[in-house]
Design a protein around this ligand. Structure first.
Ligand SMILES: [Zn+2]
Ligand SMILES: [Zn+2]
Length: 180
């Protein structure tokens, strides 16, 4: 679960904390990425002052991607960490409603009126921020031939012959004659 009931934590003194191990499917969370396995990591929820919970998280998740050179499917595990402050919207002692300036506190960082802190939106945003721009199937991926589209990791395609600069073609012809 990426939701945490923090009612008890908010009643405890500043500095109290909880630690959680996370292993959670985030399949279907967003169209812009495709998980190849569960989100795994660790979060610490720290009572950081009356209405504040400071969340420190470290996560990793494997994503289904395509190699940016040869276009073959590739799974790359991304890692990210964050520190985010969440704010209560109900005072735990009095039950009175608390409002925060939207310019200072993101909607995603508000603890709901049932004292549920939900990390889903924050995690969705961090995954998107960390999607690799140019994933590679291997560091030395040879890519595709720009002429015939052949995957050069599987061997040469035979286009190289024709790529010779026309200015050298005459010389090449001469060389071929001399070699006969
Ligand atoms: Zn590749
Ligand atoms: Zn080719």
């Amino acid at each position: 679960m990426l939701t945490f009931n923090v009612a008890q934590l908010l009643k405890e003194p500043t500095g109290a904390f909880r630690e959680y191990e996370i292993c959670e499917s985030v399949e279907g969370l967003d169209e812009s990425f495709s998980p190849a396995g569960p989100l795994k990591g660790k979060v610490i929820l720290l009572h950081a002052g009356r209405h504040n919970i400071l969340v420190t998280g470290i996560f990793q998740i494997p994503l289904n991607l395509y190699c940016s050179r040869c276009l073959e499917p590739v799974v790359e595990t991304i890692e990210f960490q964050f520190k985010e402050e969440f704010k209560a919207t109900v005072d735990i002692e009095t039950g009175s409603h608390l409002s925060w300036d939207p310019a200072e506190v993101e909607e995603s960082n508000l603890i709901d009126s049932s004292h549920i802190l939900d990390l889903t939106e924050v995690i969705r945003q961090y995954i998107i921020l960390n999607i690799p721009m140019k994933p590679l199937c291997k560091p030395d991926c040879a890519g595709l031939c720009p002429h015939c589209g052949h995957n050069l990791n599987l061997g040469p395609c035979g286009c190289q012959e024709e790529e010779i600069d026309p200015r050298w073609a005459a010389l090449k012809a001469l060389k071929a004659t001399l070699e006969k």
